[in-house]
Design a protein around this ligand. Structure first.
Ligand code: UD1
Ligand code: CA
Length: 430
């Protein structure tokens, strides 16, 4: 039987360089928290049964987020923060008697993929390691812990930047801060941390030296793509990570047969599925979870805000915002419209400037709009939800519709047109 895995995610640090009231790991890329990316990457392996998050700075906020979004995650408080080893130690009591594997990693690495974690676990098991550290080879290793090897090339220790010799500073293989270990064999290392180092902190990295001294097998797993270990420490790095993630998503969609006219100005969330032969025009922003059928045309300048399902051949044009809405085949929403909390049938035509008024600011309630097959709305009409527009029904341009319109009918609210003849001459001064 496969061993069980539990994880420890380090997230107590302050994240000073973010210059923000929001804790670092709760900063978002595509409306999803950095910590969420890490927990999902672990959970999606299907092998991790429980995650312990070490919280400290803004602990309550992080705990609240975790509680609301995850079932198999527990928070453990680290106060004061005395280093990465001290952080991981906060989950020690929870793991008493556990005889599976423990993965330890940082909460600020949103680019780490499930595929890589799978390989990491596999390598660890295949080689019968007691401990495997995830490393990366990078051009500028400054500030990272260095992977130090003996003359045979075997792993010897991890040495922090501030503790390195000039010779060690040249090493380009760095510690990404992710580890997998057989808990029964390595747990004792956690009881032997000391602060005999340049930063006077308890270093988690010392588990490597401890394991080797005990004659246990410790190896490194070198990341194929070092960008996966990219940790976020500043707003600049957050933007860089967002760009990498965005390009990953676009590359995959392009490979899958979606046309993206200008990837530079197109933003599509990782949770959006798009079928082939759909065209995404420039300056389109797609957030949240969505499903888009084949042969659709989206944009330019369109925004989908999540929970959007589009059938086949749907057109979403310029300056259109869509949220929590299902739209069936061959329906057009081509210009300047807001469609929210709605269900649209097939071959519906939404005229330019149509608004579904779904929100009551006083009661804070939201209401749905339903528009059946082949109905149409005239330009500049407002549908005050809840409302149901029947099949083949029309709405006249400029109308405010606050009741259901039955199938085949015309709904129209419009002040009668007045024509005042000779108006120009009456007002004109000589
Ligand atoms: C650590 C590693 C280093 C590695 C680098 C990768 C140690 C001693 N060094 O460096 O070898 O190259 O990560 O990014 O482990 N944290 C806590 N409590 C603390 C201190 C830190 O929870 O008391 C958390 C932080 O929130 C962060 C993670 O641990 O998520 C790493 O901390 P950070 O200070 O960024 O790591 P470094 O010391 O730079
Ligand atoms: Ca540090």
């Amino acid at each position: 039987m496969e061993k069980a895995i539990k994880s420890i995610i380090l997230a107590a640090g302050k994240g000073t360089r973010m210059k923000s009231q929001t804790p670092k790991v709760l900063h978002q890329i595509f409306n999803k928290e950095l910590l969420g990316y890490v927990i999902d990457a672990l959970n999606n392996t299907g092998k991790v049964e429980e995650n312990y998050i070490i919280v400290g700075h803004c602990a309550q906020q992080v705990e609240e987020y975790v509680k609301q979004n995850y079932k198999n995650v527990k928070c453990r408080l680290q106060s004061p923060q005395q280093g990465t080893g001290h952080a991981a130690l906060q989950a020690y009591d929870d793991l008493k008697g556990f005889d599976g594997e423990v993965i330890i990693l940082n909460g600020d690495i949103p680019l780490l993929t499930t595929e890589t974690l799978d390989k990491f676990i596999e390598e660890h098991r295949k080689n019968n390691n007691a401990l495997t550290v995830m490393s990366a080879i990078i051009d500028d290793p400054t500030n990272y812990g260095r992977i130090v090897r003996d003359n045979n090339g075997d792993l010897k220790a991890i040495v922090e930047e501030k503790d390195t010799t000039d010779e060690q500073k040249k090493i380009k293989e760095i510690n990404t801060g992710a580890y997998i270990l057989d808990w029964a064999k390595v747990h004792e290392a956690f009881l032997h941390f000391d602060t005999n180092n340049a930063q006077h902190e308890y270093y988690l990295t010392d588990i490597v030296k401890w394991a080797i001294t005990k004659g246990l097998k410790a190896r490194s797993y070198i990341l194929e793509n070092s960008e996966e270990s990219f940790g976020i420490n500043s707003k600049k790095q957050l933007a860089e990570a967002a760009k990498i993630l965005k390009n990953r998503v676009l590359d995959k969609l392009l490979d899958d047969g979606v046309t993206i006219v200008d990837p530079d100005t197109t933003y599509i969330s990782p949770q959006t599925e798009i079928e082939p032969d759909t065209i995404i025009y420039p300056c389109t922003y797609i957030e949240g979870k969505n499903k888009i059928g084949k042969g659709c045309k989206i944009g330019p300048f369109a925004r989908l805000r999540g929970d959007v399902q589009l059938g086949e051949g749907v057109k979403i044009g310029n300056f259109v915002e869509i949220k929590k809405t299902t739209i069936k085949d061959h329906t057009n929403v081509c210009h300047l419209s807001y469609v929210g909390d709605s269900t649209l049938g097939s071959s519906v035509n939404i005229g330019a400037g149509t608004i579904t008024a779904n929100y009551n600011h006083i009661t804070k309630e939201k209401f749905r709009t339903i528009i059946d097959d082949n109905a149409s709305t005239g330009s500049n009409s407002v549908i005050v939800a809840p409302a149901h527009i029947g099949e083949n029904a029309s709405i006249g341009a400029g109308s405010v519709i606050s009741k259901d319109i039955e199938a085949n009918a015309l709904g129209l609210t419009r002040a009668p047109l007045k024509v005042l003849k000779g108006w120009f001459n009456r007002l004109k001064k000589d």
